[in-house]
Design a protein around this ligand. Sequence first.
Ligand SMILES: [Zn+2]
Length: 341
Amino acid sequence: MGIPCYDTHGFTPWEDHEPARGGPEPLDLLQRASGIQGKRMAATKLALKVDVDTLVGLREGVPNLLDLFRKFGIQASFFVAFGPDNSGKAIRRVLKKGFLWKMWRTNALRTYGFKTLLYGTLLPSPLIGEGLPVLIREIAAEGHEVGIHGYDHVKWHDRLDALSIPEIEGEIQKSIAAYKEILGRKPLSSAAPGWRCNLKSLAVQDKYGFLYCSDTRGRRPFIPRIGKQIFRALQIPTTLPTMDEALGLGGVTAKNFNAHLLTQLVEDRLNIYTLHAEMEGMSRKGLFEDFLERSRKIGIEYVRLWDEAEALLRGERGIIPIDDIYQRPIMGRVGMVGYQG
Ligand SMILES: [Zn+2]
């Protein structure tokens, strides 16, 4: 994400629990969380989707996350932006409602560092995945999944709807080429920067035969449809709020975030939490480690997304539904995201 994922996604952890919809208040959820932590949850599966949007995230956040995952015996799914780090260009979002508030709320300077916030404007744009192949190989060597997360993350995130089909295809092709060069095989999975997807991007992705894509927010894996067009690639959405969306809103603080997140895990379902190498791997590493400790105590089962995708496609999880994708804003983020209908 550069600042990419940072300012545009949005989903509020408690939005599906608003009293108007018949759910408990956020504070009730926090109270329930303390109860959950004392129990052992059965058959609760959680996939960790790690977005790597910036050079600093790959260079410093990823090694920290690899250490943590080794310590806890977890295998995760990493999605890396392979092209230029243009995080500084995200400043264009300054005119969008909520951008400055979010920068302050999530302490962007501490999270990304001063240099990253200037890449692509006052400083040249260094290459992310393509520039650090050793780390990409290290992620894969430790048994984690590696997928693509766009080429120029900021460009996709901020301008997807304005890009032509050849331009979108160019982004995907460059990312696939870099991946192949580094890992010697083609990527099986793709996750759109900022959960930004549309008719054109899904059609282009279908040409490349991904095992699955993860471009949306939602509640369960599905075959995507927009209007009358049904796409081939399985879609696995992020089901949980991200840390940068939740912190500082609705009474959620660093102290109660982990309890809050645990309340939202659903038994007998594939839960997907997207974390960012720049946050959970750097500025909020301690908080994330605490989450892993707590989840281990209650017996959460960690899975990789590509294993789940294979099981789904083999029919081991029942019929895969066809669901619509539409665009909507979600709380805690600026702009629209692709959302499961
Ligand atoms: Zn991202």
